[in-house]
Design a protein around this ligand. Structure first.
Ligand SMILES: *Cc1c(COP(=O)(O)O)cnc(C)c1O
Length: 381
């Protein structure tokens, strides 16, 4: 095997910055938003929490705004403030407010809290009275996931208390599905039923139950607003059971920095976790766990091993993932031209993000949101 090395040029990677890159296809993002708009007659809001799932909130939000989106959900009040400073004429909903602590900020920046308990309701009533303001809220009711969400007894207590009920301008009744990614789960219909019964306590108030996966459970689940996150970012939560209904949006790449020969018995990386059984060539790639390459990517016991792609050819990862580096087996590239500076794809077009997520016993959401802050986001329009 003889792989030519042209390491004086490092040409393929280009542009004077060797850090890993997250390419974000904004045209695909826009297209995915439109696909959701076609799939439902409900209003399609975008969930842009956690820096738009790690993709970078400004370009994502601008793209969605251009596509017509005017309703955004974030997790934290501070995320809502950043979004408000960027866009004035949109509705911003905070999913996880701590109203007792944050009501002033919510009011000041015109952010709508999703209230999930009576303490929050009371804190909001006090804050709005003191500020002499009326502001709509979302009431987030529990229907079976048992995370944030107002338990049914509190919802009924709220409804039978005229002081609280009249003081509160409920603009949306929402709940969240636990098993929407599994269309066969009987829990979906149970949650739908509980949500419908709670809705009867709020006649005329619009409803919202579905996330990205819920939209694909059918029209019964749509109500008036759907809250779409991961689907916009290119992962179809039902990928196991159907052809993807959204386009991939992200590609994670890092450059090949060194190519070296190993003789039989030589070890690679910390702990000498990989020992070669034959003469072979390996490549050292400039992305490690600080960039979001999970350290569990290499597990000497796991089969099949995790793969990355070099010029469309799948090559396996070998040796412990370090903070800044990943080592890969170049045997599959025998006879091809491989250059220092070549791009190595960890997930994207050649390696589906779903494959990496399954290998790591996790979900694409976690992979996206764990892309390191030093990784350069590159936006393709
Ligand atoms: C994160 C979140 C969403 C978006 O979920 P996706 O599966 O990414 O579409 C919707 N609703 C709530 C309450 C959330 O926390």
């Amino acid at each position: 095997m003889n792989i030519p090395v042209r390491d004086e040029l490092h040409a393929p990677w280009g542009n004077g910055d060797a850090r890993a890159r997250l390419y974000v296809d904004l045209a695909a993002l826009r297209d995915n938003y439109r696909r959701y708009c076609t799939a439902t007659s409900a209003r399609v809001s975008a969930v842009v929490k956690a820096d738009a799932y790690g993709l970078g909130f400004r370009p994502v939000v601008d793209t969605l705004y251009e596509a017509g989106c005017r309703m955004f959900f974030v997790a934290f009040t501070a995320e809502g403030v950043a979004l408000r400073k960027h866009l004035r004429d949109v509705d911003i909903y905070v999913l996880s407010p701590l109203v007792g602590v944050e009501s002033q900020v919510l009011l000041r920046f015109g952010l709508t809290p999703c209230l999930y308990d009576l303490d929050g309701v009371d804190a909001w009533l006090v804050a709005t009275r003191e500020a002499n303001m009326t502001m709509p809220v979302v009431l987030h009711v529990e229907s079976g996931i048992n995370r944030l969400g107002m338990p049914e007894d509190e919802v009924r207590a709220l409804c039978s208390d005229p002081r609280r009920r009249r003081g509160l301008h409920v603009a949306l009744l929402m709940s969240h599905l636990a098993c929407a990614d599994d269309p066969a789960s009987v829990r979906n219909a149970k949650q739908l039923q509980r949500f419908e019964s709670l809705r009867r306590l709020f006649p005329g108030v619009p409803g919202s139950l579905s996330n990205s996966a819920g939209v694909f459970l059918g029209r019964d689940y749509h109500f008036d607003v759907v809250r779409v996150g991961i689907g916009l970012y290119g992962h179809d939560p039902h990928y196991r059971v159907t052809a993807p209904r959204v386009r991939p949006v992200v590609r994670f790449e890092a450059p090949l920095a060194q190519i070296k020969r190993l003789r039989v018995g030589e070890a690679v990386g910390y702990g000498a976790a990989f020992v070669s059984r034959e003469d072979q060539q390996i490549g050292v790639v400039l992305a490690g766990y600080a960039d979001g390459v999970d350290r569990r990517t290499y597990d000497p016991q796991a089969w099949p091993p995790m793969h990355v792609s070099l010029g469309g050819v799948r090559v396996r990862v070998l040796g412990r993932i370090s903070m800044d580096m990943t080592t890969v087996d170049l045997s599959a590239l025998s006879g091809r031209r491989v250059l220092v500076g070549d791009a190595v794809e960890f997930f994207g077009a050649a390696i589906p993000v779903e494959e990496v997520a399954e290998h790591l016993h996790t979900i694409p959401y976690e992979l996206f949101t764990r892309i390191g802050s030093r990784v350069v986001r590159v936006y393709d329009v």
